[in-house]
Design a protein around this ligand. Structure first.
Ligand code: MN3
Length: 202
């Protein structure tokens, strides 16, 4: 069974004015669709057909560059759409809010560390909030379409929040101002979904 492009859980314009409709349309309909199709092409006729994306990423060092890039692209964007939403933002509460405060000092300290990871990831990549093998929260980043679930990742864990810092994610609206895009992202973070992923991962 081939991987399928997940539908956006909201309309293209839902994240305006923070993320513009045209960027969402191209990002989901062209980029994410491309990773999905290319992943299917890369695994067609191999023993990776029928494996879950998590299983593929966990042993990605044994597979081709096409599987690594497109498998990562498929997974990362599937996560990305769900951790954003309209009328979101704010500050996480409950267990996740407490864990962020105890790990980073305060929500603002977490925000600063995550924003720095996103701003300083050279070239194309992602910044992440992950749960590591001991259940601890960590901020990290990865190049290209790599992610912390890959066996070859420098820092491993389960991503519960991620931001795409490829130029295709923000250039139409923010041009070279990546930090402005990262700042705007916090207005659309769906903390309920991040908290759900946290509870599942730890
Ligand atoms: Mn992207």
């Amino acid at each position: 069974m081939a991987f399928e492009l997940p539908e956006l859980p909201y309309s293209h314009q839902a994240l305006e004015p923070y993320i513009d409709a045209q960027t969402m349309e191209i990002h989901h309909g062209k980029h994410h669709a491309g990773y999905t199709n290319n992943l299917n092409g890369a695994i067609a006729g191999t023993d990776l057909e029928g494996k879950t994306i998590e299983e593929i990423l966990a042993n990605v060092s044994q597979h081709s560059g096409a599987v690594r890039n497109n498998g990562g692209g498929f997974y990362n964007h599937s996560l990305f759409w769900t951790v954003m939403g309209p009328n979101e933002g704010g500050i996480p509460e409950g267990e996740l809010g407490d864990a962020i405060t105890s790990t980073f000092g305060s929500f603002d300290d977490f925000k600063a560390e995550f924003s720095k990871a996103a701003a300083t990831r050279f070239g194309s990549g992602w910044a992440w909030l992950i749960v590591d093998a001991s259940g601890n929260l960590k901020v990290t980043s990865s190049p290209n379409q790599d992610n912390p679930m890959m066996d070859l990742a420098e820092v491993k864990g389960t991503p519960i929040l991620g931001i795409d810092v490829w130029e295709h994610a923000y250039y139409l609206k923010y041009q070279n101002r990546r930090p402005d895009y990262v700042g705007a992202f916090f207005n659309v973070v769906n903390w309920a979904e991040v908290a759900r992923r946290y509870a599942e991962a730890k």
